[in-house]
Design a protein around this ligand. Structure first.
Ligand SMILES: [Zn+2]
Length: 153
């Protein structure tokens, strides 16, 4: 692991998440590395493949019927660092998850590269997959850029 930051505190979506990110950064613990996932993530790992593992997001986005994370097993921050076979496995995981969840609509997103520019919160490649419902309590939004000055906090 490098001396680059593991967490982008600006991307935290609540005080609980911010607190956890601060303490893990101080300890140098990447919450998405498989050796730490069991201890630091509340939700269990539901599937482990060759390149990815699957877990529910500890901090699901409001308005989602389900919010999963498909996390690279290696500590990488860009999709270019993984082989093409990881892409095929990712597709398979998404398809199986969609079949299992049985929702009528899904959205997926991954942020790659510098997290301060792509709005990511953890410097470890992961894909968000959310199941959407017909009457959500809130519109689901993903931020995928640095925060603009005029953005509300
Ligand atoms: Zn990691």
């Amino acid at each position: 692991m490098s001396d680059r930051p593991l967490y982008n505190l600006e991307a935290a979506r609540g005080s609980g998440q911010l607190e956890r990110m601060r303490s893990l950064e101080a300890e140098g613990v990447c919450i998405f590395c498989p050796e730490h996932a069991g201890r630091w993530q509340r939700e269990p790992v539901e599937h482990t493949g060759e390149h990815w593992y699957v877990t529910r997001n500890d901090f699901p986005y409001e308005g989602t019927a389900a919010h999963y994370l498909i996390v690279a097993r290696r500590h990488v921050s860009t999709f270019q660092e993984l082989p093409d076979a990881a892409g095929a496995e990712l597709w398979q995981i998404r398809r199986e998850l969609a079949e299992r969840l049985g929702a009528l609509a899904f959205a997926t997103i991954e942020r790659s590269g510098e997290m301060r520019l792509n709005g990511g919160s953890v410097a470890h490649l992961h894909v968000h997959m959310v199941a959407l419902e017909p009457a959500p309590a809130k519109t689901v939004r993903f931020r995928v850029s640095a925060r603009a000055e005029r953005d509300p906090a």
